[in-house]
Design a protein around this ligand. Sequence first.
Ligand SMILES: Cc1cc2nc3c(=O)[nH]c(=O)nc-3n(C[C@H](O)[C@H](O)[C@H](O)COP(=O)(O)O)c2cc1C
Length: 211
Amino acid sequence: MKVVAFNGSPRAHGNTREAIGIMAEELEKSGIEVEVIQVGNKKIRGCLGCMWCVKAQNERCVIDEDEVNEYIQKMKEADGIILSSPVYYSGVAGTMKSFLDRAFFVVGVNGNFLRHRVGTSLAAVRRSGGIPTIDNLDRYINYSEMFVPTSNYWNVAHGLKPGEVAQDDEGVQIIRILGKNMAWLMKAVELGKKELPLPEQERKRFTNFIR
Ligand SMILES: Cc1cc2nc3c(=O)[nH]c(=O)nc-3n(C[C@H](O)[C@H](O)[C@H](O)COP(=O)(O)O)c2cc1C
């Protein structure tokens, strides 16, 4: 089984990466492979809202000159995903947000193909803004009908300078437990899929607030 972890920090070796590493250790102990993809330092522009992907139905975004289409396929090949970000102004860092808006819109309009896989979020923060950040990351996972593992607190670890997260004793434990629970849930889902029929996929109703 495989997990793909998207690091939304521009710093490849910062606290977000440190937090992913703690999770990866637990997942790997359970025999799950982890690939880390560095998103935050890429040149990824935001969604154009052009709806090309709705018409094209080919699991691709119209913007082809960056890594987003490749990352969409990475998500599709994975059994589980981790969406992580440093906290920037109490929210998800900009490049990560641009990636997520485009990738998940494409996923959604192509049969929501991540449904019934496992997904979770992680945030690294100096002081405050961790909760709105994981809330925002979790919204993509919820929308995709993914299964979500939990920990004994919210998935946030504290640190300012690269690596400081390792000194956040409680944060390290939260992420370690999250890693263990994610590994277990992935295995339970795989077993469950063999024994129990999955809920039928409903055709999405799409209304707005005027009709
Ligand atoms: C542009 C910017 C905005 C930030 N905003 C916040 C914030 O709102 N709250 C906070 O506690 N820390 C904030 N920080 C600090 C980072 O969240 C913190 O250093 C984090 O550990 C960085 O993770 P990284 O090492 O993976 O990049 C900000 C840092 C930057 C560069």
